[in-house]
Design a protein around this ligand. Structure first.
Ligand code: GTP
Ligand code: MG
Length: 321
């Protein structure tokens, strides 16, 4: 396939440079969400003890369920839905055909079980390659996590596997830590792929490695475009739109930003989709914290849903097919 566009770090030399210049401005000019509505948002504090409990579960020796361990906590509610309650303008859903992903608690518990391992081989790393042609096609659906260095891709995968004590996902505070495509197989259901980050300390072979993967991987169901909630620039989405790669936006590290910042970013995503069309972008962004576990159950459910591992009836199938 011809390479007409490249990811932002490489895009200056490509024909798609103009498309990528600033397709998603950081301050939408005509946002239909009034600034006053955003500013009226009250800051909501995190539930006390939530982070500590999540840590205990993550490092505990026996597999546990994040959801059942928090019967009273809001770990299985969608942080995005909480934002929606604060304003009247819909944050996502353009027209009448788009419905947000709303798994029930029972469906979330089922998804949680998918990511829980009781044997070492249930969930495991199966490959670690630079050249995606060297990674076999596993005949399983694949989902991949991409984004700039240090946004927390590996940390999110580690958090997703928190009930699987046998699988180790290396993370580091040093940007550019993950240098290869790392494939994790989840039982006989699907594979998750952790990708090298771009920007700071990106590997020299990044373009070949990641673009080949994105353009040629036949089983790739969805790419999670990850951002650090403190510094969101949607300049890389144009690449996904151009190559028609289905993706969903993930705002990680929400523990580090307040409700107002979250709301502004989500409003910006809505604006972008309206202006740009964004047929490949899943309408609903996922707000998560790999550190506290907030939003984790939602993204676990979404992965289980799009890989047809857990049926989620509350979703418009058209959006996630
Ligand atoms: N506060 C907070 N810190 C986080 C969160 N997620 C990741 N981090 C921290 O961010 C740093 C980078 O995390 P990684 O998961 O290695 O980031 P990455 O995107 O995989 O980075 P590369 O492999 O370099 O592309 C680490 O110090 C993590 O502890 C989060 O949700 N909240
Ligand atoms: Mg990494």
């Amino acid at each position: 396939m011809k390479a007409a566009a490249a990811l932002p770090v490489c895009c200056r030399q490509t024909a798609a440079a103009s498309l990528l210049q600033n397709p998603y401005p950081s301050t939408p000019a005509n946002s239909s969400i009034p600034a006053s509505a955003v500013m009226r948002v009250k800051s909501v504090r995190m539930m006390s003890g939530q982070e500590a409990t999540f840590r205990r579960i993550r490092h505990g020796s026996k597999p546990d369920s994040l959801l059942t361990a928090h019967p009273a906590a809001d770990l299985y509610s969608d942080p995005c839905e909480k934002l929606q309650r604060l304003i009247e303008v819909p944050l996502f859903g353009i027209g009448t055909t788009e419905k947000p992903f709303r798994p029930t608690k029972a469906e979330m518990l089922q998804a949680q079980e998918v990511f829980t391992s009781r044997k070492a081989r249930d969930i495991r790393r199966i490959d670690n390659v630079v050249d995606c042609e060297k990674a076999p096609l596993y005949h399983l659906p694949e989902v991949a996590f991409m984004g700039r260095s240090n946004v927390g891709k590996s940390s999110l995968i580690r958090a997703i596997f928190h009930s699987s004590p046998y699988v180790k996902v290396p993370v580091s505070k040093i940007a550019g830590f993950t240098k290869t495509l790392r494939f994790y197989q989840v039982k006989e259901h699907f594979t998750l792929v952790d990708m090298p980050g771009y920007g700071e300390n990106q590997p020299t072979y990044f373009k070949e490695c990641v673009e080949d993967f994105l353009q040629h991987r036949r089983n790739l169901m969805r790419v999670f475009m990850m951002y650090d909630s403190r510094d969101v620039q949607f300049d890389d989405c144009a690449y996904m739109e151009q190559f028609r790669i289905p993706y969903a936006i993930v705002l990680n590290k929400i523990d580090l930003v307040n409700e107002t910042t979250r709301l502004k970013t989500v409003a910006q995503i809505r604006q972008i989709r309206e202006e740009y069309g964004s047929p490949c972008c899943f309408p609903q962004p996922f707000l998560v914290s790999s550190k506290t576990g907030e939003g984790l159950a939602y993204i676990q459910s979404f992965i289980a849903h799009i890989t047809s591992t857990v049926e989620t009836n509350s979703t418009d199938q058209k959006l996630s097919a």
